[in-house]
Design a binder for this molecule. Structure first.
Ligand code: NAD
Length: 303
């Protein structure tokens, strides 16, 4: 099968914090885009900046004539609605031989079912969630974790290469989504550990900025200390561009995978409960770095 090189046509569903810059990279690489988002503003803003892209009225209309369909939607349930189950779903517009690339962070058990259902229409699915956040979506250096067939990845490689720098085939359908949920478990755990350390240190009289600098030159260094510590937590700007709601969803996914495999993971279960409760207190739309405020709230409750 020939690789999907520009000017191949790509249907793109979901122009949010991540979808917008990812779709922009595709336009800049020379792909033709057919767009759909339930937010008309998201679509019109994008077309204002990239007039060659085409707005469509439904997932089905976006999929018509497309060589590949990318979903960058909040979760796997919404992906399933848009691709298969909803009104004017994308599958109705896709031709046999088209590729679906679910780049959202979806639940891998749902993904395995979606792959089977699409295969019945001659459409292959790759799960290809991303890591790196808005900043790396803008500069096209995302880490892309792929689940599915190696031959399908080779077809999709030019599309992924326009958006990411590291493209890793993790295994069969669902492997990319499993990898992503587990990655975000580590990311969330590191962030909470840093926030708790900052709250304790500050109460003892340490300067939080100095603490982050020391972590970054010591063994406590992590992505949280390096790219979120001073930037979003110590500054209290809380503007990393990834919500508490989405992080809690990723942790629940990791917990559900462990449960599906009947594995007892006490730290992971604790992390799921912690982020779910934080969601309730901070609101799902809060930036995930506001977990620092939640750590402060818990600290105030005392021992
Ligand atoms: P977002 O909420 O900013 O964007 C989601 C977009 O999907 C919105 O524009 C919304 O209008 C649209 N949408 C919702 N339902 C729809 C439907 N049925 N049909 C069409 N469009 C629909 O979310 P985001 O931060 O861009 O995240 C998207 C996915 O990427 C999530 O799965 C998230 O977990 C994952 N992710 C996010 C980040 C990040 O830093 N924000 C990083 C890595 C992965």
């Amino acid at each position: 099968m020939t690789p999907l090189a520009p000017p191949a046509t790509i249907a793109f569903l979901g122009l949010g914090m991540m979808g917008r810059p990812m779709a922009a990279r595709l336009v800049e690489a020379g792909f033709k885009l057919r767009l759909f988002d339930i937010s008309q503003k998201a679509v019109s803003d994008f077309i204002g900046a990239h007039p060659s892209a085409l707005a469509t009225a439904s997932p089905k209309a976006a999929a018509q004539g497309a060589d590949a369909l990318i979903t960058m939607l909040p979760d796997g349930k919404i992906v399933r609605q848009a691709v298969i189950e909803g009104r004017d779903a994308a599958r109705e517009g896709l031709v046999a031989g088209a590729l679906v690339l679910d780049m959202s962070s979806s639940n891998p058990v749902d993904t395995q079912k979606l792959a089977r259902d699409l295969a019945a229409s001659g459409v292959a699915l790759l799960d290809a969630p991303v890591s790196g956040g808005v900043k790396r979506a803008i500069d096209g250096s995302l880490s892309i974790m792929v689940g599915g067939a190696a031959a399908d990845l080779e077809r999709a490689r030019p599309v992924f290469a326009a958006m990411g720098r590291t493209i890793t085939l993790c295994g069969p359908a669902g492997a990319g989504h499993t990898m992503k949920a587990l990655n975000n478990y580590l990311s969330a755990a590191g962030l909470v550990a840093m926030c708790e350390a900052l709250v304790v240190g500050e109460a003892f009289g340490l300067d939080p900025g100095t603490m982050v600098d020391v972590f970054n030159s010591s063994t406590g260094k992590s992505k949280a200390t390096e790219v979120k510590g001073r930037q979003f937590v110590v500054s209290r700007t809380f503007a990393a561009g990834f919500t508490t709601g989405l992080m809690a969803k990723d942790l629940r996914t990791a917990g559900e995978v462990a449960q599906h495999l009947e594995l007892n993971m006490p730290m992971l279960q604790r992390a799921v409960a912690y982020w779910n409760d934080a969601n309730g207190k901070l609101g799902v739309a809060a930036d995930h770095t506001e977990i620092f405020r939640y750590a402060e709230m818990l600290a105030e409750e005392g021992t």
